[in-house]
Write a protein that binds this ligand. Structure first.
Ligand code: ADP
Ligand code: MG
Length: 810
């Protein structure tokens, strides 16, 4: 009785999962736990919830009345997949909802609920049996996020419990089904783990129609930092020389993506004239049918066999950076590369002769450039699913969000820098940092697969095959091995899973990380001396924030400070809301992508007409002056928000949140206070949530969210510093001279350079840390000439030294 729009029904029928419906549903009916693996894009996330829905799951009058819950490691995916499934369910669209930390659409109508893993973990703390649900789909399990691992551990128990209860009193209880979905076949950690599942769950794998993808490695691996430039160049070449098909570029983060989008827009946006680089179809190599090659020119392959098939002699001595080619995939499995090559060849032959060459000579069609990263507002993220404007080519510049959790239609070319930005954590020093490094072989292969969804594709790897073979790990490390785990340990303890060491982790955490987490929680008062959750600990676990922050919320209920603590905690959880000085050039560093304004004065005509060129240079001068004025406003605002006697970066964050909301929380306020719109929006939502939770769980506390919150008094400020200290007791650092630290070499070197930065000693290591130069504490010390005796830091970052960030003087 589901009535779907016709185009949706057609698309569904083309998905590999679609034909497996019966098999999948039988497996789910027969066993409590099922593992489903299938290539990204095969339809797992969008279809399996619908199969369950149509089989009656979630229907209050059916034998399985509980909700269909789907967990996602990322908010982006939870929101966008809920949208999509709602659309696909046509007349039942309103039964689909999402819930993420900042946002929920759950209502009485909800039967299918997409959520982040964190949301479900928190629900488990108050309802260990998950009585609301009849089935949980743990999606993207191959990513091995910390929360997936913990969830699977807990769910394996819940499933068993519900089974037992359903046997004992079938009128009151129904079994809970668990479906684990993975984009890779590497599911042994779940399946062959008898502590997790006593009987190995059945594994279904969906055969995806993967077209062959031709992989091109660079001959050389670019120097660090060069990859963005290389990616832009490669995309430009593809666009100007190769036939239709979307381009997907993998970079590491927002800054890179924003830059690449801007550059590509300058080159190819419809009104940028022919400022694109000159495209000579060198030696007729490009896509001439005789060459049997739609490659970006000049292929040199060291593998003779491939050469014979693809490269013509004229390739010799060309300036190509490309090296190896490998063809992967194809319906008959990756091994049958001959077959795969044939398919590719046929496909190339079918393309109109000279098509790509024509594109190379004439100005190329417009390039429809879209960024995709998790900080991007959801409505902008959803744009990647829409077809590009007629007559243009789609080009998505993405982080690894696009690796498996989101499938962008129509991609034929993948440009992969091979890098990933990951939060890493050193349990010893407690240094957490975002580090850019090579991703794993498994992950670049996933990225490659994105090119083969709609037809044969190409994947350009901006690194050499030697680096790929020697320096890339085979698989990415599960997050549980590289993240602080105090949050999940507290969640488990609150669920009375006291013996964390015995918990059925798919991959157990390192012992030192575990004991560090337990020690921190004990210090925070969340655990007693037997390692059990205290009442305080249980209370802390209901807040959707890190245990330290939860502690601050509970301690902060004095002297009318709570609204301030809520705002500080919300900001700490969301992350530094400020635009940085180096972002000032780029559209305020805001989420705006500078549509249309980037190509002013850059058109070809402008460059040749000298009169206009003068106008351009005047314009450029004016722009420079505007930049300078902006910088001055930036620094003036930093000083204003820091206050007259700056003692804490977090108080500056608080001032920014207060001033921003007071000014109406508009985009204008964002530019005035140099804060990021998305961060401020999330902070506002989180403040609202935290305020509600405080009211619900802390009787007698009266707190409301006031958009016109007056600044804290002097006394309140000093209370706030104490509250911060209570959350970061283990992150205190004492000035080097007081701690007896002395490094004559360093002092000498600093004297020579004519500046002095003061070392601080932490509780954790003998390595000194320094206050980050952006910190108000550092800036204040420049005028006062004295550095505080001790500081609390909320983050350490390692570059050339260890920098303490978001610092509070004690
Ligand atoms: P899997 O979970 O196996 O990776 P999905 O169910 O996410 O696969 O995707 C199946 C298909 O649905 C893909 O081809 C994808 O492009 C398409 N799709 C997913 N979300 C959207 C959307 N919001 N708009 C249009 N198409 C979408
Ligand atoms: Mg999926």
């Amino acid at each position: 009785h589901v009535e779907r729009p016709e185009h949706i029904q057609c698309q569904r029928m083309a998905l590999p999962v679609y034909t497996e419906e019966q098999q999948i549903m039988e497996a789910i009916t027969e066993s409590p736990v099922v593992v489903l693996s299938g290539e990204t894009g095969s339809g797992k996330t969008t279809q399996v919830p619908q199969f369950l829905f149509e089989a009656g799951y979630g229907d209050p009058s059916s034998p399985n009345p509980g909700l269909i819950g789907i967990t996602q490691p990322r908010r982006v995916a939870a929101v966008s997949m809920a949208h999509r499934v709602a659309e696909e369910l046509g007349n039942f669209g309103r039964t689909v909802a999402h819930q993420v930390r900042f946002d929920t659409t759950v209502s009485a109508d909800t039967r299918v609920k997409f959520m982040t893993e964190g949301v479900l973990l928190r629900e488990l703390a108050t309802d260990l049996l998950l009585t609301k649900y009849s089935v949980i789909i743990a999606d993207e399990a191959h990513e091995r996020s910390l929360n997936t691992d913990i969830l699977l551990g807990v769910l394996s128990r819940v499933v068993r419990l519900r089974q037992k209860l359903a046997l004992e009193s079938p009128d009151k209880h129904r079994p809970l089904k668990l479906v684990i979905m993975s984009a890779t076949l590497r599911v042994d950690d779940f399946v062959r783990n008898s502590r997790l599942f006593r009987t190995p769950p059945p594994v279904l794998s969906v055969q995806a129609r993967q077209h062959p993808v031709r992989v091109h490695f660079n001959r050389r691996t670019p120097a660090p930092g060069q990859h963005v430039h290389d990616a832009i160049q490669k995309a430009a070449k593809i666009h100007t020389r190769l036939p239709d098909g979307g381009i997907l570029i993998f970079l590491t983060g927002q800054a890179e993506i924003t830059y690449a989008c801007k550059r590509l827009r300058e080159m190819f946006s419809p009104n940028a004239g022919s400022a694109a680089p000159a495209q000579t179809p060198a030696n007729g190599l490009v896509a001439s049918v005789e060459d049997e090659d739609v490659d970006i020119g000049d292929v040199i392959s060291e593998s003779g066999e491939l050469r014979d098939d693809y490269a013509s002699d004229t390739d010799e001595g060309s300036d190509s950076e490309e090296e190896d080619e490998i063809i992967v995939g194809g319906d008959d499995g990756g091994d049958d590369s001959r077959e795969a090559r044939k398919t590719l060849l046929e496909e190339n032959l079918r393309s109109t002769p000279g098509q790509a060459g024509d594109q190379g000579a004439a100005p190329p069609m417009p390039l429809h450039i879209l960024p995709l990263y998790s900080m991007l507002p959801s409505d902008q993220q959803l744009r990647v699913f829409a077809p590009p404007p007629p007559g243009s080519r789609l080009c998505v510049v993405a982080t690894n969000v696009a690796e498996t959790s989101i499938t962008i239609p129509g991609i034929r070319y993948v440009v992969d820098a091979g890098l990933v930005k990951e939060k890493t954590y050193d349990a010893q020093t407690q240094v957490q940092s975002f580090e850019v490094g090579w991703t794993s072989q498994a992950s670049v292969n996933q990225r490659m697969g994105r090119a083969g969804r709609t037809g044969p594709g190409h994947c350009y790897r901006l690194f050499s095959s030697a680096v790929f073979n020697d320096q890339f790990a085979q698989f990415s490390e599960p997050e549980v091995l590289r993240m602080p785990i105090e949050g999940v340990v507290l969640q488990m303890k609150a669920m009375n899973l006291d013996n964390v060491a015995n918990f059925p982790f798919p991959t157990p955490p390192r012992r030192d990380a575990l004991s560090k987490a337990e020690r921190l929680l004990t210090w925070l008062g969340a655990l007693d001396d037997k390692g059990r959750a205290t009442d305080l600990g249980r209370l802390m676990s209901v807040f959707p924030v890190a245990p330290r922050f939860a502690k601050m919320l509970i301690v902060g209920q004095q002297h009318g400070c709570l609204p301030y603590v809520v705002a500080i905690v919300a900001a700490l959880s969301v992350g530094d809301p400020f635009v940085k000085e180096f972002h000032l050039g780029a559209a305020d560093g805001s989420d705006s992508e500078g549509d249309g304004d980037g190509d002013k004065g850059r058109s070809f005509a402008d460059q040749v007409a000298s009169a206009e060129a003068r106008a351009v240079s005047n314009e450029a001068l004016a722009a420079k002056e505007q930049q300078r004025a902006k910088r001055r406003r930036f620094w003036a605002m930093q000083a204003r928000l820091a206050g007259a006697e700056p003692t804490s970066d977090l108080l500056k964050w608080l001032a920014a949140v207060g001033a921003f909301e007071y000014a109406g929380g508009t985009d204008t306020a964002c530019s005035e206070y140099f804060v990021r719109a998305k961060a401020m929006g999330e902070i506002r939502k989180l403040r609202g949530q935290l305020t509600n939770i405080v009211q619900m769980y802390c009787p007698g506390v009266d707190v409301a969210m006031d958009p016109r919150m007056p600044p804290p008094t002097k006394m309140q400020q000093s209370v706030l510093r104490q509250v911060v200290l209570s959350g970061f007791m283990d992150q205190v650092a004492v000035r080097g001279d007081i701690a007896g630290y002395h490094d004559p070499d360093e002092e000498e070197a600093q004297k020579r350079r004519g500046r002095r930065i003061v070392p601080y000693m932490t509780m954790w290591s003998d390595e000194p840390v320094y206050i980050h130069p952006e910190s108000v504490v550092h800036i204040a010390a420049r005028t006062s000439g004295t550095m505080p005796q001790a500081i609390v830091y909320s983050e350490l970052q390692r570059t050339s030294r260890l920098w303490a960030k978001s610092v509070t003087a004690t």
